[in-house]
Design a protein around this ligand. Structure first.
Ligand SMILES: Cc1cc2nc3c(=O)[nH]c(=O)nc-3n(C[C@H](O)[C@H](O)[C@H](O)COP(=O)(O)OP(=O)(O)OC[C@H]3O[C@@H](n4cnc5c(N)ncnc54)[C@H](O)[C@@H]3O)c2cc1C
Length: 370
């Protein structure tokens, strides 16, 4: 008899887990259902930068996970047969305001490059050289080019990945579901029993696990970004991402779309309203580098809710008191980088019927859930 697996939450963790549950289960011993209500999903609102190596963060487990996550992308893209409309490895340009800081960052990058094949190559670029790589900039800064850096369209990623998984028997049900006290799931069809459940409900996980008497220590943060229509004559395809220090990231996603993001609004909670204040701030930040950008070019503002833990680190694993429930969350601002590898590891643990030893990547769940 097939084992019934439910995935609650169809953001980057849930969608990747659902895909790999279907992909890895060669013996067809699982029936997999994904529940998602798509409300405020961070994944679809995200800027889409995959370039963790020069982050200022010093959390070793986070770095090990993010490094593995960035290196995992080419496999995922190939396994799911996703195209350049979803993921492009165009490189990223990271800047520092002070020349000395840029020089030390370059030294650090060169050391990391020696044992990080996914970085591919590193170059120190003058402002003029950055201007050559990003010709639409009117005021390019000096920076460091990391060839392995990439960008991903979160919305396309989710849609195409789930389409591939549905071809391999995944069932997707668009609805909000709830645990009851016994661990069954209340769906639109009543109470349903599953043998194994992955909970990947992002910023909403506290509410998801409350009926089971768990307190999840995460908080929501509102994030907004703007999509601008650009003149294809000024934008080539496959341009790198600009990550200026202390400002907004500039992501030329295609010859017609420039993404500028993102805000970090701790008092925004679960509010999903786009604000004029955020639009003005993001546009102003981008105009520092391209003074020809105008408010009239803003096509849309995307809003999503990130999930943060007290130590800003993601968590994942099996609930010790109920090992048939697996969790992944707390991805914060780098979840497009760490989410897919978490989804893959959770799926693999279910298919291979293993407990999963992930101490190198996450502290025990008891640090985040009581
Ligand atoms: C503006 C912005 C910019 C960002 N930029 C980047 C970036 O450049 N690089 C990067 O690495 N990361 C970035 N991030 C972070 C990244 O997007 C998130 O960390 C990541 O997408 C979170 O994924 P998730 O799967 O945990 O949750 P989500 O993507 O939020 O998905 C959770 C899903 O679960 C659903 N759900 C919740 N409860 C239930 C329920 N009871 N029943 C059914 N469904 C439910 C929700 O509706 C949602 O669809 C950004 C985030 C934002 C908001």
């Amino acid at each position: 008899m097939q084992k019934r697996v439910a995935v609650i939450g169809g953001g980057i963790i849930g969608a990747t887990a659902a895909f790999y549950l279907s992909y890895l289960d060669q013996s067809q011993s699982l029936s997999v259902t994904l529940f998602d209500d798509d409300l405020g999903q961070a994944t679809k609102a995200a800027s889409g930068i995959i370039s963790p190596w020069l982050s200022k963060r010093r959390n070793k487990r986070w770095y090990a996970l993010a490094k593995q996550g960035a290196a995992f992308y080419p496999k995922l893209i190939a396994d799911a047969k996703l195209g350049p409309n979803v993921y492009q490895q165009t490189g990223t340009i990271v800047t520092r305001k002070q020349p000395d800081d840029l020089e030390s960052l370059y030294q650090e990058a060169m050391i990391k490059l020696q044992h990080t094949p996914a970085m591919q190559d590193v170059e120190l670029l003058s402002a003029r050289e950055v201007g050559r790589r990003l010709p639409f900039l009117t005021n390019p800064p000096a920076g460091i080019f990391v060839k392995g850096g990439a960008k991903i369209d979160g919305r396309c990623f989710i849609e195409e990945l789930l389409k591939q998984a549905q071809k391999q028997r995944l069932i997707v049900r668009r609805q909000r579901v709830f645990f009851d006290k016994s661990g069954q799931i209340r769906t639109s069809m009543g109470l349903e029993k599953f043998d194994t459940i992955i909970v990947a409900t992002g910023a909403w996980m506290k509410g998801t696990l409350k009926p089971l008497n768990y307190l999840v220590k995460i908080r929501p943060q509102k994030g907004q970004l703007i999509d601008l229509a650009v003149n294809p004559l000024r934008y080539r395809s496959r341009l790198p991402v600009l990550m200026p220090e202390g400002s907004s990231d500039i992501i030329p996603f295609s010859q017609r779309k420039l993404v500028v993001g993102a805000t970090h609004e701790n008092d925004g909670g679960f509010d999903l309203k786009a604000t004029a204040k955020a639009q003005t701030l993001l546009l102003k930040n981008a105009q520092v580098f391209d003074n020809r950008l105008k408010a009239g070019q803003i096509m849309q503002t995307r809003v999503g809710t990130r999930a943060y833990t007290d130590d800003f680190a993601p968590f994942f694993g099996r609930l010790p008191s109920n090992p048939n429930i697996l969790l992944g969350g707390g991805l914060g601002s780098s979840g497009l980088t760490t989410g897919p590898i978490i989804g893959y590891l959770l799926a693999k643990a279910i298919v291979d019927e293993q407990w999963g030893h992930w101490e190198a990547f996450t502290r025990p769940l008891s640090n985040y859930i009581i």
